[in-house]
Design a protein around this ligand. Structure first.
Ligand SMILES: [Zn+2]
Length: 544
């Protein structure tokens, strides 16, 4: 069996691996590169393999960084089955068309900008219609059943507890007399998350391809996250403001609805006045996703199922309202009564949340409550870091609202969860391929695996190819040009980030800031800037 790496190698996004076995070529995930502009360019390049030779795709879960290039794959000529769980197929049914819509809007926007500069228009990566057309290849299966994908290739999905429908994939390959088992972790979930079951465990494998997003980080344990959520809401409502919660449409939004449902139940008597506060879910994708959660009850954990069997929908409660149309959304900003608005996108970069921020950030009595990670360079990150003024939809908005953030909601296992995943193997794998992580996280995690389990690890690069048998692994050259291209794009990404950080510095380290500093602090800063200058000089020397 050959194992090739084409995405999420030494980076987090763009998951895309290939096994070549028993005469078949099978992709595991076909995700989009996201976040760094430069890496996003890869999405537009031709796939580094012959698409018409691919026999099947196995999809671990619906997140766009795992599924987002499926419409492109189909557009480019793929016509085999895309094996996944039922909930994953359901979620792809809304997330891929939504992604197609975003691709079209972005291409339109960029084309308009380019036409002003006298440049030609650009095509979207794929359209809404392309995405809809790709859905017919989804082949939904149940968890925990053996699926003979092709002769000699059997797979099984196990619950990964990461998002609804997410799976670890076990793959058994029989070539001649020899059987080799490889496991793809997809993304590994967290324990004790609302609604979802805890991650399952895998008993044995010869090889594992494993994510490492938090390979160097433990999550802060936040026992009081529900209390903090409730306190923030209470406080804000009492002073007559709105609570604005920017949230990912799929997953986090449903978790928050679930928590609110649970609490409304629990604190019914003493917080009666709160039951009159409407909670609006204002994101068409989030509304459709909530519907899909309601249709996949078998994915729920025991607690969530208990509500269902008592005839209570855990994703509904009196006061919960959904606003599907843009008009309904706009009307929210004209209402006087205090309310809670959950809206996407989670990092405030796009979508309806921008309108709600525009109408609430300047209000002293409102609160913006973050419940998810805010990546560098996003509007959410700037607000959380204490920006006094932000630009939204072309307008300068003062930040007067209370800004709160609750940690402890994460779809990804922390370092301890990743270690536990390996610990649970009764027969330990011979080798672990570490993917889906920033390089620092991967290095730390690789070292930890060696120290803890004495298992060999590999951190593959994009374009690497390995030959695996049940007994051993050998490295073949693969496609070194992909590697070269990737490291060059990575360097350009670093430059972009640096540029952003410098802009941030010069915006924040203004006269007022410097004047407030003590002499010692100023001296320290001066030293740091001198060092920075020296480093810049040495980089410039290379470029000149
Ligand atoms: Zn994911």
């Amino acid at each position: 069996m050959n194992l090739g790496f084409y995405g999420a190698a030494k980076t987090v996004t763009g998951s895309n691996h290939m096994i070549e076995a028993a005469g078949k070529k099978i992709l595991i995930d076909c995700g989009m590169f996201q976040g760094h502009d430069r890496q996003e360019e890869i999405n537009f390049e031709a796939f580094p393999f012959n698409v018409s030779e691919i026999d099947a795709v196995i999809l671990t879960h619906a997140h766009i960084d795992h599924s987002g290039r499926i419409p492109k794959l189909v557009k480019d000529g793929f016509s085999g089955p895309i094996a996944c769980t039922k909930a994953t197929a359901d979620l792809c049914g809304i997330m891929l068309p939504d992604s197609g819509h975003i691709q079209e809007t972005e291409a339109e926007w960029k084309s308009r900008k380019r036409s002003r500069a006298g440049k030609s228009a650009i095509e979207p990566l794929y359209t809404y219609d392309d995405a809809v057309a790709s859905l017919e290849y989804l082949a939904p299966y149940r968890y925990d059943t053996m699926i003979e994908l092709f002769e000699g290739i059997t797979i099984r999905f196990r619950d990964a507890g990461h998002i609804l429908g997410s799976a670890f994939v076990e793959v058994w390959v029989k070539e001649g007399e020899e059987e080799t088992k490889i496991v793809f972790s997809g993304d590994i979930g967290n324990k004790n998350m609302p609604i979802l079951k805890d991650p399952n465990f895998i008993a044995d494998a010869d090889y594992v391809v494993m994510e490492s997003t938090y390979g160097n980080r433990l999550h802060k344990i936040n026992e009081n996250k529900v209390e903090k959520l409730l306190d923030t809401i209470k406080r804000t409502i009492r002073r007559g403001g709105n609570v604005i919660i920017p949230s990912f449409a799929v997953g986090r939004t449903q978790e928050i609805i679930y928590e609110l449902h649970k609490y409304k139940d629990k604190y019914k008597e003493d917080l009666e006045f709160l039951s009159r506060v409407p909670v609006y879910v204002d994101s068409p994708l989030a509304i459709s996703a909530t519907e899909i959660f309601r249709q996949n009850l078998d994915c729920y954990d025991e607690e969530a199922r208990m509500y269902v069997s008592n005839g209570d929908n855990p994703l509904d409660f009196p006061g919960l309202k959904f606003t599907r149309t843009a008009d309904e959304s706009r009307e929210l900003n004209e209402k006087d009564e205090p309310m809670i608005i959950i809206s996407a996108s989670g990092m405030c970069e796009a979508g309806r949340i921008k309108h709600h921020l525009k109408h609430n950030l300047w209000r002293k009595n409102s609160t913006v409550l973050f419940v998810g990670y805010q990546a560098e360079g996003t509007l959410g990150r700037r607000i959380i870091e204490g920006a006094k003024k932000v630009k939204i939809l072309g307008e300068d908005i003062s930040v007067n609202a209370e800004i709160e953030s609750i940690e402890g909601y994460s779809g990804h296992a922390g370092q301890d969860g990743l270690i536990e995943f390996i610990e649970n193997f009764e027969t330990k794998p011979k080798k672990i391929f570490i993917v889906h992580g920033e390089i620092e996280a991967q290095k730390t995690f690789s070292k930890l695996i060696k120290e803890t389990f004495n298992i060999d690890t590999v951190i593959p690069e994009r374009g690497d190819l390995y030959e695996l048998t049940a007994g051993e692994v050998s490295f073949t050259t693969g496609q070194p040009e992909l590697k070269k291209r990737f490291s060059r794009l990575e360097l350009l990404s670093k430059l972009d980030v640096l540029q952003e950080e410098l802009a941030y510095l010069s915006a924040h380290a203004d006269k007022e800031f410097i004047n407030e500093k003590t002499d010692q602090e100023v001296a320290d800063l001066q030293k740091k800037f001198e060092n920075l200058e020296k480093m810049m000089d040495s980089v410039k020397a290379v470029i000149d």
